[in-house]
Design a protein around this ligand. Sequence first.
Ligand code: SAH
Length: 366
Amino acid sequence: MSLEVYHTLHKTPVKGGFLYTKAGARGTQEPAYELLAGHLEPHGQTALDLNPGIGLVAHALRRQELTVQAIETSRASLRCLEASFGASVRVTRGLPWETEPHSADLVALVLPANRGTRYVELSLLGAARALRTGGRLWIAGSKDKGFEHYFKLAQEWLGYGVLVRREGAFRLAVLEKEKPAPDLPPVWQSFEWQFSGKTWHFYYLPGVFSGGHIDPGSAMLLRELPHDLGHVLDIGGGYGALSRPLVDRAQSLTLLEDDWASVLCAQRNLGEQATVLHSDVDSALTPGQTFATIVSNPPFHVGGLVVLETAAAFIEAAYARLERGGKFYLVANRFLPYEPLLEARFATVRTVAVNSHKVLMAHKLG
Ligand code: SAH
């Protein structure tokens, strides 16, 4: 997929209108979104969507004439939300637990189960805190991804709840807030990693890739990099696992990351040592910006589905953003078929290491 195609917005028809969607954005053709959007009932005046994706549920809430705020972390999804709703929904970049207390009569949450238990629990806490007493929480998710556990927890924190619908493995429930919500626990965690004779300290938030340890693929990639890297770009940089150990080897570091929680982590871990940008692939770079070295451990799960389109866009962006003679280092699970994508662009593609993962190096000729 070309970068232009990757970044193109498409209109998808939904009940009573259309929404914009794009490659890399969540919330299309996902049963939990359909279930929630199709069956929620209005309550009060103000509604909050804590996992909007491209806005299927926010759109349904708007149709019920509620005042809607949508809080989203993904740059790709935010772009779709802004295009679809303009000023008719308050679209906010933020974390689902950083909600304004007692601000909503209704909260809608498609359980973000693929981001891990702690992230989902904090999202529920954000929902409980945002609701006014007597307000309602609608949740949708899969019984195979912990729905029962989260429903119980939500009942503990809010009060009475009923299961409204089941469709296959998917469940929809609504709860009423009957008691004060618990306080937010501390959300930051940290760990240390020994590499290259040094101890590196990393902070991370719930839901980020490989929190608490360095991904074995990322460690493998770091071991294969030469000493002098020039200006470095890290695409899909997460909390900075690749960039942070490279600070002494790079003339400059730029990290691009779609997920806002990960961006906050990278900013905390890298401080002044890097430029950290909230970016859907390379969307936050200026047109002519190029680099001598590009590194990446691309994603292959978006919303729980194995998709290669984002990784393919990373490869296209790496080619477009390398200066002549520059090198792109990529690490992936061994089964991922990235070689043909790289060979379609780069003159030389080499496998520089194979183990649990493979490290590939693609050279852009001078
Ligand atoms: N480099 C980090 C993270 C690798 S996981 C490490 O080695 O630990 C891949 C990262 O790509 C995730 O943090 C994910 O949020 C990010 N990502 C996913 N889609 C993206 C997109 N469209 N644009 C930029 N980053 C994206």
